[in-house]
Design a protein around this ligand. Structure first.
Ligand code: NAI
Length: 358
């Protein structure tokens, strides 16, 4: 059986640091496991266009491993050509780079390592909120430039205490963000999700649900996006919705770039409608050099907390999703049942409730 993994090139860092498991060099640590069972294991970072290793090898692979950090975009067209494909494993969380409706139609299972990096992301979300609200990035840049003008920074620096903070999506990550915000004494914690939190969980963090999205954003000083990308969330934060945000609110998105409209966000930061935007996810990855989110700034020269997609790929997270990938494949090979929480698309359709209201 052919197993294909599309991972990112780790370069010298991956040769020096074997715990960078999600790289082409370190291959999720599963080569020996697969080859000892007689399977062929192809690993590559080449993923774009008909000449790429991804397009060539997916044609006869039975298992495809991808990662959200360097997404191999498995389109309906590619799925139609992938005659042997039975199982897609996402090493990490978030399988939107796979056409899930096409996977359902072609009876291809899609599993991810649920929970593997949710704490990693939740920590990054809280950090991003703080660095935006406290105007950290321009302050650090000032120091590197050799300058010192406290008022230029302080004029746009605030405390998280006393602010209204909300999450779009209160699943594993969104809820962990709320939990981590409790000691900051925010004015209120809000959430918007079609699935209500269990009453006890909502009480434990003191979170209030707002059922209308426009009403929700109009009440928040800080909004974090923590829902999956699917038909119902693509472009959800667009020009129209941004006009309902409080003037000068902060927006953090570590969920998926395409949930927020690229140009509408850049324009909102530039005009000051958003005081800042931070996150690690982009509508195309790797992000092109001229992507406006790399350079956008608010009218006071700050408000950009963008980084490459790494919040969920700390070394701690990589160990968890590498082990999880191995265990999903081991279950598949032995015919053992999969952990229900890992199944996005099962043998007869969607099994998760998180990818849209179906
Ligand atoms: P989860 O499945 O535990 O929670 C997702 C929540 O979003 C669910 O409660 C669901 O009901 C809600 N939701 C779905 N559609 C919605 C909508 N239209 N409006 C409001 N809420 C909606 O997923 P988890 O583990 O919290 O991850 C969420 C997403 O975060 C992933 O799908 C992935 O895209 C992203 N992620 C990003 C990472 C990174 O490194 N930046 C790493 C891990 C996940």
């Amino acid at each position: 059986m052919k197993v294909l993994a599309i991972l990112y090139d780790g370069g010298a860092a991956a040769e020096e640091e074997p715990r960078l498991l999600g790289t082409v060099e370190n291959q999720l640590g599963i080569r020996e496991f697969l080859e000892s069972k007689g399977h062929e294991f192809i690993v590559s970072s080449s993923k774009e266009g008909p000449g790429s290793h991804f397009h060539q090898h997916v044609a006869d692979a039975e298992i495809l491993i991808t990662t959200p950090f360097h997404p191999g975009y498995l389109t309906r067209e590619l799925i139609q050509e992938a005659k042997n494909l039975k199982l897609c494993v996402t090493a990490g969380v978030g399988s939107d780079h796979i056409d899930l409706n096409a996977a359902v139609d072609h009876h291809i299972q899609v599993l991810e390592v649920s929970g593997s990096n949710v704490v990693s992301v939740a920590e990054h979300v809280v950090m991003s909120m703080l660095l935006l609200v406290r105007n950290f990035v321009p302050a650090h840049e000032m120091i590197e430039r050799g300058d010192w003008q406290v008022s230029d920074i302080a004029r746009n620096a605030f405390d998280l205490e006393g602010k209204v903070v909300g999450t779009i999506g209160a699943g594993r990550i969104g809820y962990r963000v709320l939990q981590r915000l409790v000691p900051f004494d925010c004015k209120e914690l809000l959430y918007y999700d079609y699935a209500a939190l269990p009453a006890e969980a909502a009480r434990a963090v003191g979170a209030r649900r707002v059922e209308d999205l426009k009403e929700f954003v109009s009440q928040c000083d800080v909004v974090a996006v923590n829902c999956p990308l699917h038909e119902g969330t693509r472009g959800l934060v667009n020009k129209e919705l941004l006009s309902h945000f409080k003037k000068g609110a902060w927006l953090v998105n570590t969920a998926r770039g395409a949930i927020c409209d690229r140009d509408a966000v850049a324009e909102a930061v530039k005009s000051g409608q958003l005081r800042g935007y931070a996150g690690d996810v982009w509508n195309v990855q790797p992000a092109p050099k001229d992507h406006p989110w790399r350079y956008m700034k608010n009218p006071l020269g700050g408000g950009n907390g963008m980084v490459p997609h790494y919040s969920g790929t700390t070394l701690d997270a990589q160990l968890r999703y590498a082990n999880g990938t191995k265990s999903i494949i081991a279950n598949y090979l032995s015919g053992a049942p999969q952990e229900p929480q890992n199944i996005i698309v099962g043998k007869s359709g969607y099994e998760t409730k998180a990818y849209g209201q179906r």
